[in-house]
Unconditional design. Sequence first.
Length: 83
Amino acid sequence: MKIYGDLLTILHEESKTEKTVLSQIQVRMKVPFDRLKKYIEELNDLGLIENEVSLILTEKGKEYLVEYEKILAFMKRMGMAYR
């Protein structure tokens, strides 16, 4: 859940820039490039992003991100760390 949530958050932020660069996403995720490609493929298979090239969040991906942020906020209120 955390990996998908973090990756969707980064993709959403990167979509506001002119061009999404996988190497920048890889650095922010702190994962090997081959693992990042696997995560992106999984997000695509789950219908959370448009495709593996444009990396645009679908409505389903945006909904996942909203719910993920709610969970993080709840955990923070409860004094729980989620790393």
